[in-house]
Design a protein around this ligand. Sequence first.
Ligand code: FAD
Length: 326
Amino acid sequence: MTMPNFSYVRPKSLKETFSHLSAGNARIHAGGTDLLGCLRDGVFTAEKVVSISQLDELKRVERLKDGSIRIGALATVAELTNHELVKEGYPALAQAALEVASPQLRNQGTIGGNLCQKPRCWYYRGEFHCTRKGGTRCFAMAGENQYHCILGGRGCYIVHPSDIAPALVAYGASVEIAGAGETRKIPVEKLFVLPEQGITKETILEPGEVLTAVLLPPAEEGFHSSYRKVRARGSWDFALAGVALALHFHEGRVAGARIVLSGAAPIPWRCPDSEKIITGQSLDDDIIARAAAAAMRQARPMQHNEYKIELFKGLIAEELAAYKRS
Ligand SMILES: Cc1cc2nc3c(=O)[nH]c(=O)nc-3n(C[C@H](O)[C@H](O)[C@H](O)COP(=O)(O)OP(=O)(O)OC[C@H]3O[C@@H](n4cnc5c(N)ncnc54)[C@H](O)[C@@H]3O)c2cc1C
């Protein structure tokens, strides 16, 4: 496919950005690593591409007075891997960022773009008029579905492509969304949309809105976090399965837990039953095995992706075992 024609603007302020976005079929360009591929492959169209790269206010990573961390939407994925504030307080986020793509893509891709990227389903990205593109058929259902979801699919079986999103959900992070009207703040967990809530959308962002920042709550004592990803090849690949853990320990017991999966569902997938099983407990083999099994209880695999169930159980169990009572 060849790149279609579009006009390209680089506004100097958010206000100017909103006015460009409100006119016709306009798309935001941050690092362009996902957007340009989508345009070239005809996944969607744009009459105008609005680059936000001149908006310095979206580039800052800073600690706020209340101890929380504000990461501007244009912070690059590479910055997240080595920024002191991230590495010190939010290791799962730094680890997740390091798992993203390749060094070149991490240098160019931004946190905002990573959260708003389009899914990687080969039917959606290919020349198939699938349900996510407004068609009537999900081609993965009877097709090559080895990389598709086992949880949360209905009418569309994508997996959410971001490694960063599950880590943010595990931390209880929020995003700031600005539009021509008021700015709103919502938990990252509520940013993403399941197919049954809107099959052609990935996020709740309305046309013309810009994700301006990610906000991480203050890191607390006794808090431990990690992100681990399994992929089909050694590097530069999306998750077959991944797990972000954020565990709060008090006197050797789990006082609070968030377990969030990547590669499992169309959105970063929380495991509330597993979280309940480990909360209040000190971790041993039995509790860990029960928690890992509970995470997969609702799984509905397709013809070629049943392997993911055991993969996730093993991955969750191994990650929790790092915190086992000795
Ligand atoms: C070969 C390859 C491998 C990859 N592997 C991984 C991987 O393993 N793990 C992973 O997590 N990701 C992976 N990615 C995805 C990559 O991380 C994203 O492409 C990148 O983070 C997107 O950032 P960007 O700034 O380039 O976004 P862009 O391409 O500029 O934008 C992406 C989308 O988000 C929208 N957008 C961008 N910024 C905003 C904003 N601030 N507000 C609202 N909408 C916005 C754009 O309109 C566009 O639709 C891979 C990508 C490629 C090409």
